[in-house]
Write a protein that binds this ligand. Structure first.
Ligand code: SF4
Length: 234
């Protein structure tokens, strides 16, 4: 089977526990105004790699994973390539490699269902907790993401919740309180806020796309930290 890959980071430390190989898969159905990687959106771009090539690339890094690391499939939206991903993950499972999926939860299919049950951890990025604001920010439907979240809760699949904190869009206490409440369950292992930054802006310019958040200031790390404390006490 073939997978369309944007890039591979070999020693990632942010997308899941421990040292990780992060495979960024090409293609995404959303159009988040703060996207750092708009070059992952197209389903035509990227490099085709065989399942076998990817399997060997990941396996080569196994000594670095030690007890807590592993592989994270990110994107773009990795679940758009769920059938091929599933086949690769079955092989990695046999090698006892920890597998995380970094997703927006915006796509669903039988293969997606199987992928999330095979994964060891889901990193679910909830863009906004209000349906209209979610649509405005991403072009997608919050309802689909909440249904995805319900499956994680129902089947006790371990997950981390993440949200980008954007001034004037996701930084109100009411929105953050809602995020804490709707995502709570025994299998939620972590919930974190990430400050909006503008390091990906040059990519938008290079692609000739106008960014709807171009005039929004970066989020203060100190304020994000305060909101994180607020969130931890909900
Ligand atoms: S889901 Fe991720 S890759 Fe897709 S548009 Fe949003 S931030 Fe970008």
């Amino acid at each position: 089977m073939l997978l369309r890959v944007h890039s591979i980071e070999t020693l990632g430390a942010l997308d899941g526990p421990g040292i990780r190989t992060v495979v960024f898969l090409q293609g995404c159905p959303l159009r988040c105004g703060y996207c750092h990687n708009p070059d992952t959106w197209s389903y035509e771009a990227g490099k085709m790699m065989t399942e076998d090539e990817l399997f060997r690339r990941i396996l080569r890094m196994k000594p670095y994973f030690k007890d807590s690391g592993g592989v994270t499939f990110s994107g773009g939206e990795p679940l758009r390539q769920a059938p091929a991903l599933l086949s690769l993950m079955h092989r990695l499972k046999k090698e006892e490699i920890h597998m995380a999926i970094d997703t927006s939860g915006a796509v669903w299919s039988q293969a997606v269902d199987e992928v999330i049950h095979l994964a060891d951890l889901i990193l679910l990025d909830i863009k906004h907790t209000n349906a209209d604001a979610f649509f405005q920010l991403t072009g997608g439907q919050l309802k689909q993401v909440l249904e995805f979240l319900d499956v994680l809760k129902r089947d006790a699949i371990p997950y981390w919740i993440r949200q980008v904190t954007i001034p004037g869009i996701t930084d109100s206490e009411a929105q953050i309180e809602q995020l804490g409440k709707i995502t709570a369950s025994d299998s939620r292992e972590r919930i974190e806020l990430l400050p909006f930054h503008k390091m990906g802006m040059t990519k938008w310019e290079k692609l000739g796309i106008s960014c709807p958040l171009a005039d929004v200031a970066p989020m203060s790390a100190a304020v994000t930290e305060q909101l994180q404390i607020y969130l931890s006490n909900i």
